[in-house]
Design a protein around this ligand. Sequence first.
Ligand code: PLP
Length: 384
Amino acid sequence: MRSKLPHIGTTIFTIMSKMAQEEGAINLSQGFPGFGADPELLDMVAKYTKAGYNQYAPMSGIPSLREKMAEKTLRCYGAKVNPETEVSIVSGATEAIFSSITAMIHPGDEAIILEPAYDSYEPAILLSGGIPIRVPLNSSDFSVDWERVKNSITFKTKLIVINSPHNPSGYVWTQDDLDQLAELVRERNIYVVSDEVYEHITFDGRPHLSLVGHEELRQKSFVCGSFGKTFHVTGWKLGYCIAPEKLTEEFRKIHQYVTFSSVTFLQYTLAEYLEKPERYESIPGFYQEKRDLFLTGLKDTGLEFQATQGSFFQTASYGHLSKIGDRELAEKMTKELKVACIPVSSFYHNQKDDKIIRFCFAKENSDLEEALVRLKNLGELFKK
Ligand SMILES: Cc1ncc(COP(=O)(O)O)c(C=O)c1O
């Protein structure tokens, strides 16, 4: 049998979570919350499943959830979208990204991804016969090197995949970033897949600038989001895609043969839950407290870092302390310190190792505090 993805193995997130479990380590590796969701949300799940909302939902999502998403998009980003023709509910941002890329990429098309990059973009490009063109972000702060992006565009470029707030670095795009992107795609046959799963997790008053709020970019963009990330229920695998009508038509042609539709009672639950905007507007404050708690302790570990701007990830570098590879360090930390993290080299196609590790701080404060106590002994690992 000839593999369609010969170079792709098990993701690092699965590997590190498994190791954390086997070693009894505090798992600050994979990006999922270590605390429960709002009990009100869970009560609604019970209500809607008992009420019989257990058969197939409409292919594009139930109307009331699409309408709520249109209201939320207007409220958060000042953008009016048509819930009927521009909003689709799908099985997680992973599906939204996969279906968007599949809808756009034909064999031989080039798609630009900015590295370090979340791992689901490249396989989707490859499966459609596309060619991933990897452009590195600036190594100092993970901002976009616009000159390099521009120089990577050819007559074959069809798509640019972007991600803000960024996983793993937490970099949040500025208005200038959006304007630079708009200039690049203007008058070119280039579209954008915008992974915005951390849209509600930004810090220090920094706004998330969605592409749907940019008059020009929204005409050419698939904006992909995740209810799982926003409401601490990653296991629900429910997400959405907002795109102009013509793009949505193509998107739905793929979606209907990937999953057809997504869990019905969860859609009803979310439609009701979204009635109160404070439920998503309180999220930045909630996570900022966790970020600040984590950073206060991280200062005593010897690691170097800049406070993350968004997402629930914090990166830290250790190159000034040791030359050990980041994968080896992550493994040692899990086995000896009992704290698991993710080596950032796994976000590069060539495993480029800049001696940076990523922590997820979406955990109970008590777990974060205990992890910080253990991390104070990090220096001991480097002596061995
Ligand atoms: C940047 C990024 N995009 C997409 C996803 C997947 O989101 P979902 O669980 O809704 O499929 C994740 C999950 O870790 C992520 O970090």
